[in-house]
Design a protein around this ligand. Sequence first.
Ligand code: CDP
Length: 135
Amino acid sequence: MSATTVVAGAILSDDGRILLAQRAYPPELAGLWELPGGKVEPGETLADALVRELCEELNVRVEVGDRLAVAVTLESGLELIALRATIVDGTPTAAEHRMIEWVDAERLRALDQAGAVVPNDREWLPEILADLLER
Ligand code: CDP
């Protein structure tokens, strides 16, 4: 993986919800909701990086599944990839975010319509909504 990849977790529950995290910074993104994650470090696989980041950010251990089909490339050159994941140990807490919330499809649509989703992450919403609605 290149140093310019960011991996995010589409953490799904078995009752049709996804875990969103509300950013605390920078000012232009603070208050907006995202899939938690972070930069892949040299030598890490995407899955390794996601397990590490979600441990640091949410204090949970996850099992990583397959990736969402859409990859988002930013003007800065960063590439964002999302992997499905499930929590196998721990209860998520907001260690680095303002707060976290398990949202169902209806709440996710409402957050999006209110402009409360990080713009990059909006690319993943069709796939996520399909996942949530088939559970
Ligand atoms: O925490 P920090 O802003 O340093 O960065 P990061 O979490 O490692 O993410 C790096 C970049 O990816 C930032 O520009 C984030 O805004 C972006 N990102 C995103 O657009 N969507 C996510 N779900 C996660 C990160």
